[in-house]
Ligand binder design. Sequence first.
Ligand code: AQP
Length: 333
Amino acid sequence: QSRIFSGMQPTSDSLQLGNYLGALTQWVALQEEHDAIYCVVDLHALTVSPDPSVLRERTRRTAAQYLAAGVDPDRSILFVQSQVPEHAELAWLLSCHTGFGEANRMTQFKDKSGKHGTEGTTVGLFTYPVLMAADILLYDTTLVPVGEDQRQHLELTRDLAQRLNARFGPDTVVVPEPHIVKATAKIYDLQDPTAKMSKSAESPNGLIELLDDPKVVAKRIRSAVTDAEREIRFDPEAKPGVSNLLTIYSALTGRDIPALEADYAGKGYGDLKVDLANVVVDFLTPFQARVHGYLSDPATLDAVLADGADRAQELAGGTLERLYDRSGLLPRR
Ligand code: AQP
């Protein structure tokens, strides 16, 4: 039996379509067959200095979106990272096994700190991948469903796991595998279809947020950047904009790409965009109603999360104890 772990940062009021298609839909599918643990990684969100009351609200909103997407707290463990202190504790231990140069090679850090240069950034942003490794290794995770942008962080997690096993014995931690579904591994920005869609994109025009007004979403899809040809064909190299629209269409309807190409033979980009806008709005409308339902009862939502934290902590505590022991830390009694 595989053990699944994954998380997302509460860095925005809403998740975006890339988070949903790249990760969240896989989470929901995987919980059917496996033991799954899903986390709102609020400690990670601290790396971008959020306003405290905004962070709290976004943490609940993120959890509500997991539930609305179909994460089932009776089947999976659903919790908030900061409520299980073992995450931060293991991150310290792992940081003592991570090479500075190794951490320095993480491209996401370069992208995210780039604008301000390393002088204007925090140590937390730099060590973010170490905390992520702790999240995963704490639960003896075998599979981590993520989008393509997390592949390098997963590699670091695997390297750290192998290092611990070489140092402290082969059964010290489980070495996890990424679970990246190729078709939806990277959803692109509608205005810049060579850049990944991101919650914290500089311009919102290329972004589809799950909690956006459906009218705004439809307009953004209709204004998506395509190319100067007329043919609706899946070719990510030559036609990144059209290919991205086809990917989204296919993922939300379950219709495969060749079938969509056949449906749109002889039709124009405008037809594709109008139909896709309808598909996305039909998905978002009931999704948003479910999210608002969960958010209208924060006490129940908090109780679900607290219960998840209790269950997660039981597993995390055992792993941390094992690692502390093998590291030579003196037990309290
Ligand atoms: N565009 C994308 N296509 C496919 N998968 C994606 N993911 C993110 N963007 C896309 C996947 O969603 C999960 C979210 O992880 P995260 O919250 O830790 O943040 P991230 O990867 O940095 O995603 P964002 O949306 O771009 O957030 P910000 O702007 O806060 O950095 C991961 O599994 C990721 O692979």
